[in-house]
Design a protein around this ligand. Structure first.
Ligand code: SUG
Length: 443
């Protein structure tokens, strides 16, 4: 049976803004309080998704979440009418208010970890929504994420959904951003590589000094168990704490893999050679490692350009291309590296550059914006077809964005209940376009 890799991109929500909420994410910190442009952010992301669909890839869309999240604000004791809830939270607890206004669910790589059916004992596709415990604004995403995933992958004969892990720091889980599946072809049993930042209960585990290690080993292990993975085809590797301290808050900021290829920075991991050797054995000695040396691209350049937050995609001719942010073209050293890379004898033959600057300014590159799901032909038929991007859906979403989104947004704008009502109308319309049913908690 034929298997493909589908990419589901998070549609940027109408409250896309810069609140500086992610300590350890350099871009989020440095963009704090800038005026954002939600319309342009959403259109940039949608164009990138459409370009991949036009290249022949299967491309889906994940709906944004309802923000401002008055539901969570009420849970936290801000009571009264919607307008009073917003006003009180903004005045009394601005950080909590900002957390409840973030459009952060757009970074779909953090929505869940996904294991395709060739890897799992019951031969179903498994999804575990990520608890994202490390950041308040992200920790409130998973209940709606689970509803959205179930609305897109509803058929229990093919799809198995797990709730997020317990919200405890031992189980901090950042989803697919710290998970890479390596295989010779999509339908083979794949080697699932879980990258963790910290082993909390080990006193000897190395840890970063300045910034948090968001993904915890115990979480990766729990997801591997839930997904019924074969332990012989599961590997755990630790992120280098020194690069976390330089702004590599997720592993997908320093490595990306697809099929048998792993593209990564020299300093990405600790003890990498032993792990890579065992992966190579599982892949019948076909693992292709493309290691970028510090002498060509420093960690600082990798973080600012998002060289590794590229999507590594398979083209119809069997070769691979990188989908990179414009920032990679604008950085001379990174651009020189990429120009050279495509002339070498590796599987990466082409680089396509995209403008996703609105997302980049919050630390989200092309790879952050997508959740990968490997599917067989029959599993693909079982996917909610209204969420799959084609010309018709593209035009519909483009006009929906143009009609409902603002082109300038500041934090104080989100206290206006009229804005909240605009968003409710827009998202209600979107659930109909994407045939998602009722996925939002309103009150
Ligand atoms: O979790 N930024 C996101 C970026 C996520 C990127 N995802 C991956 N690497 N897969 C985060 O840090 C910033 C929000 C703000 O500051 O307003 C933010 O949440």
């Amino acid at each position: 049976m034929k298997y493909i890799e589908a990419n589901f991109d998070g549609l940027v929500g109408p409250t896309h803004n810069y609140s500086g909420l992610s300590f350890g994410n350099v871009a989020s910190q440095s963009s704090a309080k800038q005026v954002s442009n939600p319309k342009s952010a959403a259109l940039q992301g949608l164009k990138k998704a459409k370009a991949l669909a036009d290249m022949g890839l299967t491309q889906g869309i994940l709906a944004p979440q309802m923000r401002p999240d008055v539901y969570s604000l009420r849970q936290l004791g801000f009571l009264g009418s919607d307008s009073q809830v917003l006003e009180k939270a903004f005045k009394q607890a601005p950080t909590v208010f900002n957390a409840c206004c973030s459009a952060s669910s757009m970074w779909a790589a953090n929505a869940a970890t996904v294991s395709p059916s060739p890897d799992t004992a019951d031969e179903k596709v498994h999804f575990t929504a990520a608890n994202l415990t490390d950041k308040l604004h992200r920790s409130i995403e998973h209940p709606t994420t689970s509803k959205i995933l179930k609305a897109i992958f509803p058929d229990e004969r093919y799809f198995s959904h797990h709730s997020a892990l317990p919200s405890h720091l031992v189980f901090g889980d950042e989803g697919a951003a710290n998970h890479t599946r390596l295989c010779n072809s999509y339908g083979d049993k794949g080697l699932e590589l879980f990258t963790y930042g910290e082993h909390v209960s080990s006193s000897t585990s190395e840890r970063p000094k300045n910034y948090p290690a968001r993904q915890k080993l115990a979480a990766s292990q729990a997801v591997a168990r839930l997904h019924q993975l074969n332990p012989d085809f599961t590997a755990f590797i630790q992120q280098n704490p020194k690069v976390i301290d330089q702004g590599v808050f997720h592993n997908d900021v320093i490595a990306v893999g697809n099929l048998n290829t792993l593209f990564y920075h020299q300093d990405a991991f600790i003890n990498q050679s032993t792990v890579f050797e065992s992966i190579n054995t599982r892949l019948n000695e076909n693992l292709e490692l493309i290691e970028v040396p510090s002498s060509k691209v420093s960690v600082k350049d990798a973080v600012s350009s998002y060289l590794f937050n590229t999507q590594l995609i398979e083209l119809s001719n069997g070769k691979m291309a990188l989908i990179a942010p414009l920032e990679c073209q604008e950085n001379n050293r990174v651009y020189a590296y990429l120009s050279e890379l495509t002339t070498l004898d590796t599987s990466i033959r082409d680089v396509n550059y995209f403008d996703v600057k609105q997302s980049m300014q919050n630390g989200g590159g092309p790879a952050c914006l997508r959740l990968r799901v490997v599917l067989s032909e029959s599993e693909l038929v079982a996917v909610n077809p209204s969420t799959l991007l084609n010309n018709h859906l593209y035009i519909e979403l483009e006009s929906w964005i143009n009609q409902h989104y603002r082109d300038q947004l500041e934090i104080k704008d989100m206290t206006d209940v009229a804005f909240l009502n605009e968003i409710r109308t827009a998202l209600d319309e979107l659930t109909q376009i994407l045939a998602l049913g009722s996925i939002y908690s309103f009150q």
